[in-house]
Design a binder for this molecule. Sequence first.
Ligand code: MSP
Length: 501
Amino acid sequence: MAVSFYVTTPIYYVNAAPHLGHAYTTIAADIIARHHRQRGEEVFFLTGTDEHGEPVADAAHAQGVEPQQLADRNSERFRALAPRLGASNDFFIRTTDPQHMAKVAEILTHVKDNGHVYLGTYEGWYCPKCADFKAENEVDDGARCPIHHIQLTREQEDNYFFALSSFQQALERLYEEQPEWVAPRSRYNEALSFIRSGLRDVPLTRHRLTWGVPVPWDEQHVFYVWFDALLNYVSALSYAREGEDLTGTFWPADCHLIAKDILRFHTIYWPALLLAAGLELPRRVFVHGYLLMEGEKMSKSLGNVLDPFAVIDRFGSDALRFYLMRDVSFGQDGSVSTAAFEQRYESELANEYGNLVARTVAMIGRYRGGTLSACELDTALAADFDGLPGRVCELIDRVELSLALDEIWQRVRRLNRYVEERAPWRLAKDPAAGPELDRVLATLAEGLRLISVLLHPYMPESTIKVLEVLGASEPSLAGESLRPGQIGRVGALEPLFPKGA
Ligand code: MSP
């Protein structure tokens, strides 16, 4: 039976349209999903939209529409974004799906039956934009939200509570026994120190809201949106494929990708909730950084948004995918800009990979009529290429997406240097150098095939074009597929990354 692999993005709020920050996580998850498919694993990649709760209800009312209408409209925009990004998600979940809502009610009733829920009164700070309750030490001076900078109100509500504090020891044990479960390490430390500072129980339901999943044992309440939302990762598996329940195959998830804004929910509430429900815990939460524009996190509420659709229209989704993984070290915050994008597009995509492809294909056509001779490869490159696929797999297993890309890119550069060193155009003029020219061209083509297979998860469209031109279109990493000698007749190709796009 094939190994299974399950990767998720957060489900995005539908109170506004998608922006580059959402695209970033979806692209990263897609790279991971495609990479694991290349390894012959059975992959499930989930994304979708988070549609209940106050931010959505408030945004809908502000626009004079019903929450469902706003949710339908914006969810569609997120659904459409995924294929535009080249994302190969296996399902798109909406928390307004009746099957999801039924599953939430079922699991949370189970949590209550297991003795982890009680009726109490909440009094404290609440940010309607975060849909989050904040402790005294989590609000800025003047009782402001540290993320949205708005003045917070004190809320008092009778709610059912989730007994989070009773999971204090279990969570400390989890962090001790599985130090890899939250990555990078700095985020693990942040979550652990939050746990060690003492967990408090949290509201599981909201009394005054109506836009949510009704609580089966008390219809005056809906579930607090975060519990509804987190459960998407489990519920989706039960209905994503008609007539099948994929839970047994894919749960627990292998990798939840998130940014640090929602760290606490995923690294504290989520494992505690799963323990309370008697479900297995995911294997890893990977927390990437923020894409910054002019130094501030892009967000709908701050209004400094760069439109991924516009970038894709002009340069294509591969260029956007590459740029985001290359310019911002995955796991850290980093600034993005049009100028940096254009610079990388030209210097790396057009002049390095694009040019390597163009000259390799052209020389095989010009000097050998598109056919490579069977010959031994040049050993000059062996030291640089041996073990490369294993190294890339190892880095992607650690979700080091930028480091893995850099490993591959060093080989793009190495191959370009190899062309300069061997100067095939000189060999072509010397009739005695025929066998040498054969070897150089085969070595180049094999190197190009290998890096194109490894680059495939990052740039699926362009690499398939390259692999097709090499007559070896399967981008597989499994079994013997990387063995040299499988290149067929080499065809012709339009420029991959035209300048002045
Ligand atoms: N609905 C919740 C998540 C529920 S998951 C069970 C939510 N939605 S959100 O629309 O605000 O999306 C937040 C996520 O979008 C971040 O965690 C991150 O994955 C992505 N990003 C949003 N803005 C981003 C940046 N500026 N930079 C990087 N990632 C960004 O929170």
